[in-house]
Ligand binder design. Structure first.
Ligand code: BG6
Length: 478
């Protein structure tokens, strides 16, 4: 008997700005991603301020991505061959509203996603659509300073109304903002906020957070009005924090770190600001400006499910300066001496995933959805029996261990809708904007210098995941 429910949604995840390419085709406007330099958002992600330019950066790999825009039929056929039940992608806001603040949408952009959803439907693959995945229209960042400005709520509402109406019979599962909590650490990438991090006040940052939370609740409201069968979820970057020692001060530090993330799921699931944030606001002189109706909107439009990404756990201490800090983690943290790291310094912790699932389910009793998990690694293409392939046993090992922990969480009683691995087909990485950090079951021949044929090759993990899906997870225990 499989531990996984029989209608479990197995699949993979992507985002428009990292794989579509065609950045200026079909009437698409520029997004903030189109002006980010190649190779680089690295550690100082929040410091990046590319708003100085309004031109796409020539060596930016995201401009062409992996050209899903022109190859979606081939790619979807490969997903179907693996047996995907669900495919997570995002709609590029600037393909629908090129500047973000127009009154009328771009029909060619809308048609493109019709084509994608129709192609998925041919194979019975359910789309799971992120409405905003780190790809705010550039114009909204330049003219309005992103989500700091309340006007963005109205622009976002117009955009989500448009796509909800258009795809109301084609898409059931929606996510309002990708990793909404990451705006605290990457305000430009996540919130289109062009003020450099060192000049950004906490007041402005948390006001921007408020605007996004209100927009998310509004999207949930509008979506349910348009189609009551819609399932609309929030999406958070999940990262359990362990105390460095059992010292109560360290335990408290870990808890305070986790509260920064819980803030977002708490408001989405419970419809109000939690008590613990009041002290933080008070001590930091933050006063959130609530417009009339905000409070009710948040209270009355909580989400149908909680989705999250999970890559790693981190360690917190009250005196972090005394420890070696982890490399590569967007959210910082101290290295955990008990865990190994990926080539990019992300600490691998399958049990952390079981903890996240239990913590979130216990906290909200809402269905959960793992919409990102995976290993970014350097792959080497080699000759195989059926042509070029990658022997990515390390990826299989990572995914298998994580999925086994998902199985444990299911036995613990957690309600889980599905699991989509990140970057099921190789795509451009978000934090480092490079091709060589690969997550896929499908290798794409494109390299950091922009060279490559864009041909697709099945990796060993392609066949492994196909078996996992076919057996509804039973093959994880062979
Ligand atoms: C998540 C993002 O943070 O992590 C994705 O939602 C991203 O967009 C993924 O690609 C992996 O990060 P990276 O930097 O390795 O691409």
């Amino acid at each position: 008997m499989s531990k996984f429910p029989k209608d479990f949604l197995w699949g993979g995840a992507t985002a428009a700005n990292q794989y579509e390419g065609a950045y200026n085709v079909g009437g698409k406007g520029l997004s903030i991603q189109d002006v980010t330099p190649k190779g680089g958002i690295p550690a100082k992600i929040g410091d990046l301020n590319p708003i100085i330019t309004e031109l796409p950066t020539a060596d930016n790999l995201k401009l062409e991505g992996i050209d899903f825009y022109h190859r979606y039929k081939e790619d979807i056929a490969l997903f179907a061959e693996m047996g995907f039940k669900v495919f997570r992608t995002s709609i590029a806001w600037s393909r629908i509203f090129p500047n973000g603040d127009e009154l009328e949408p771009n029909e060619e952009g809308l048609q493109f996603y019709d084509n994608v959803f129709d192609e998925l439907a041919k194979y019975g693959i359910e789309p799971l659509v992120t409405l905003s995945h780190y790809e705010t229209p550039l114009h909204l960042a330049r003219k309005y300073n992103g989500w700091i400005n309340r006007d963005l709520i109205a622009f976002y509402e117009r955009y989500v109304r448009t796509v909800f109406n258009r795809y109301k019979d084609k898409v059931k599962y929606w996510l309002t903002f990708n990793e909404i909590n990451s705006v605290l650490h990457a305000p430009f990438m996540s919130g289109g906020i062009s003020t450099p991090m060192e000049e950004l006040s906490k007041q402005d940052l948390y006001q921007a957070v408020h605007h996004e939370l209100v927009a998310s609740a509004l999207a949930t409201k509008v979506g349910h009005e348009i189609n009551p069968n819609f399932k609309i979820g929030c999406m958070v970057l999940a990262m359990p924090a362990y105390p460095m020692t059992p010292k109560p001060e360290d335990v408290l530090a870990a808890r305070e770190f986790e509260n920064q993330n819980y803030l977002f799921s708490d408001i989405h699931a419970r419809g109000k600001y939690p008590a613990y944030i009041q002290r933080f606001f008070k001590e930091n002189g933050i006063k959130i400006d609530f417009a009339p109706g905000d409070k009710e909107l948040l209270a009355e439009n909580t989400v149908d499910f909680i989705s999250f990404s999970y890559y790693m756990s981190i360690v917190q201490a009250h005196d972090p300066e005394n420890y070696h800090s982890g490399r590569g983690n967007l959210l910082g943290g101290i290295s955990n001496p008990y865990l190994e790291s990926s080539e990019w310094g992300w600490q691998v912790d399958p049990i952390g995933l079981r903890l996240v699932l239990n913590n979130l389910y216990d906290r909200y009793q809402l269905p959960l959805f793992i919409v990102e998990n995976g290993l970014g690694a350097k792959d080497v293409l080699v000759d195989g029996i059926d042509g070029p392939t990658v022997n990515d046993d390390y990826r299989i090992d990572y995914l298998k261990k994580h999925l086994q922990q998902v199985g444990e969480a299911l036995e613990d009683g957690v309600e889980l809708l599905g699991y989509t691995t990140w970057g099921c087909i190789d795509l451009v990485s978000a934090s480092t904007a490079e091709m060589s950090k690969r997550y896929g079951f499908i290798y794409v021949d494109r390299h950091d210098d922009g060279s490559g044929t864009l041909k697709r090759y099945k990796k060993k993990s392609f066949y492994w995941y196909k078996d996992v899906i076919e057996s509804n997870g039973e093959s994880l225990y062979d």
